[in-house]
Design a protein. Structure first.
Length: 147
């Protein structure tokens, strides 16, 4: 099972929050992360502990930051979501509806399935909202960036 497929939606949101709140070499303190997630620190710590076990975050001196694998996983998630949105948009859903539908499957679909959908959709470069979709050859495990 791939890393994305092991994450719950809440763990993904926690990973995204760490990515957005941690600045440069400095990680995010647990209390600040918990506030951003609207949970108590022990709950945030439980999510961080799972993410740390998966190698997606690193903790040091009470602060958490993304690992290289965490950065890659977030990038993969964005690609999965945007490719799924494109598929649902092609099926006739509005961009907002496509986004909602994509959230229902974006953590469950494998990289191989995303690549198949991407090929069927003629390798779209933008999602229905106009955001860029990374090309296949820039994704981890499919070319220059390695896995």
């Amino acid at each position: 099972m791939e890393t994305l497929q092991r994450l719950t939606r809440r763990q993904l949101v926690t990973l995204q929050s760490v990515g957005s709140l941690a600045t440069g070499e400095r990680g995010v303190p647990l209390k600040r992360l918990a506030r951003s997630l609207h949970v108590q620190p022990p709950t945030a710590l439980a999510h961080i502990t799972v993410l740390e076990g998966l190698g997606l975050v690193a903790r040091s001196r009470g602060k958490t930051q993304l690992s290289r694998r965490g950065v890659t996983t977030l990038r993969e998630y964005v690609r999965h979501h945007r490719v799924a949105e494109t598929l649902f948009s092609e099926a006739g859903l509005s961009p907002e509806e496509a986004c909602v539908a994509a959230r229902e499957v974006d953590l469950a679909i494998s990289h191989a399935m995303v690549e198949k959908v991407c090929a069927v959709e003629n390798h779209p470069v933008r999602c229905p909202h106009g955001a860029p979709i990374d090309p296949c050859d820039l994704r981890p495990g499919t070319g220059s960036s390695g896995r």
